[in-house]
Design a protein around this ligand. Structure first.
Ligand code: DLL
Length: 436
């Protein structure tokens, strides 16, 4: 049994000493080796030696996604290229992808933190872990894979798109898989397909799910746990900083513990860039403390969260970040009202007979924004009397109006009508720039 989990319980004072030492060293490393950081530190008039306490990090400049693109592909390397052993990249639908490079040291740290995430969820070397995240340039598959191997578990590398959903289910059943790693939306799809195949997850050995790579809600967790009897864990991460396993929630489900001995978090006001105190909501910013290949300083994630340093009931001392339910660049402004897809998810999943499969379509007619919410509802809604469907539509529209303040067109569709993804779900189709 690997005892990496002990690191989650270290005294805060010792942890902060370690963070300060690591922070100094990474600032020195990038200042000496990465021209981009030399220039940006100089432009701000700061030097690595200006860091005398953790709060001094606020003096240093941010790194943005654009900086990775501008330095495509290898401009931000802090190690010689020969020391790079892995390269991942975002799929980037248009233009250059964002590239991230890892040394062997980085791959080892990544495996360590994913392993700790899985241990936090209760896994041991006795588990069999099926990885249903995509293997490839996306960090989900290989990240989860190396973490599960580090734990000593048996890994089933099913991948996302490469294995059919039916086969994923067959593998879970036949290989006595105890834990699945995939996006929450893909697991919802697996539940539907399993029902059609006559497989009840409650009759299999599956006990845990590590879901992430996209926002999901507490309501979604409840549905997954009720339908399958498994424990649904929230695993967070981003490729720029490492991949999956930057943070994970413990059994208290009261925020995600950040593996802050490797990834140093801050919350800032997205407009002013000012660091916000614990408990305040703002944009998550991460600094790599131990990465050597391409460490990033104060990387702005666009994810909205908050931090709490209060000791968790589980006893872990690691800071907790609130689950990420939205990104600042996810926000839709519809007729002047700010809307995040997660808000719609929460409203929908509180209503009986409504499935977790939904999509928001935004259009513009004569300069007026229109929001359509397409949602799949239980099959019996369609077979019963028509009035029932109408009532459900009216209830959803009323709740959306009440909770979000928007009038939306609600389109109820039969199960299976909306597109499924084996990776990140596409919740929003914004057609405003095309037809208006
Ligand atoms: O999605 C890494 C990952 C893979 C995380 C598998 C967890 C599991 P990227 O493709 O770079 O990396 O996307 C990162 O996804 O900034 C968040 O907006 C979102 N995200 C990731 N995990 C969560 C989560 C991977 N648990 C972006 N909850 C991040 C909410 C998440 N959003």
């Amino acid at each position: 049994m690997v005892d990496l989990w002990l690191k989650d319980f270290v005294e805060r004072e010792a942890l902060e000493r370690l963070q300060l030492q690591r922070l100094r060293s990474v600032l020195e490393r990038v200042y000496a080796n990465v021209p981009f950081y030399k220039q940006s530190f100089d432009a701000k008039g700061v030097k690595p030696s200006d860091l005398t306490c953790l709060a001094d990090l606020a003096k240093f400049p941010f790194t943005m996604k654009k900086d990775l693109r501008d330095n495509y592909p290898f401009g931000l390397l802090a190690s010689p290229k020969r020391d790079i052993v892995r390269i991942h990249a975002s799929s980037g639908t248009t233009g250059k992808p964002t590239v991230v490079c890892y040394t062997q040291n980085d791959i080892d740290i990544w495996a360590e933190t994913v392993c700790r995430a899985m241990q936090m969820g209760g896994l041991t070397e006795n588990d069999t872990v099926q990885v249903g995240y995509g293997y490839g340039l996306f960090t989900g598959g290989l990240g989860a894979h190396y973490g599960a191997e580090r734990l000593g578990a048996a890994v089933v590398p099913a991948s996302g798109g490469a294995t059919s959903t039916e086969k994923q289910i067959m593998l879970i059943r036949d290989f006595d898989v105890t834990a699945i790693c995939c996006t929450p939306s893909f697991f919802i799809h697996m539940i539907e397909v399993a029902e059609k195949m006559g497989v009840n997850f409650k009759d299999t050995k599956l006990r845990h799910g590590f879901f992430g790579a996209e926002p999901w809600t507490a309501e979604m967790r409840r549905i997954i746990e009720e339908k399958t009897g498994i424990k649904a864990h929230d695993i967070f991460g981003l490729s720029e900083i490492m991949g999956p396993g930057v943070a994970n929630d413990c059994e208290c489900h009261n925020g995600l513990h950040v593996f802050e001995d490797h990834y140093y978090p801050e919350i800032i006001d997205p407009d002013t860039g000012e660091v916000l105190p614990p408990g305040h909501e703002g944009e998550l910013v991460f600094t790599n403390l131990t990465k050597t290949g391409m460490p990033l300083i104060r990387y702005r994630t666009r994810d909205i969260s908050s931090l709490t340093y209060e000791k968790c009931k589980c006893g872990r001392t690691l800071v907790r970040m609130a689950r990420v339910s939205r990104r600042s660049d996810d926000m839709l402004i519809i007729r002047g009202v700010n809307l995040f897809p997660g808000q719609v998810e929460s409203v929908l999943l509180d209503i009986e007979g409504v499935s977790p499969n939904y999509q928001l379509v935004v259009t513009r007619t004569k300069a007026l924004d229109e929001l359509e919410i397409k949602v799949e509802v239980a099959p019996e809604m369609f077979t019963d009397e028509v009035g029932r469907l109408e009532k459900l539509r009216a209830l959803i529209a009323a709740n959306v109006k009440k909770m979000i303040g928007l009038s939306a067109k609600i389109t109820l569709v039969e199960p299976g009508q909306l597109e499924r993804s084996t990776g990140k779900a596409k919740r929003v189709i914004d057609l405003r720039n095309q037809n208006g």
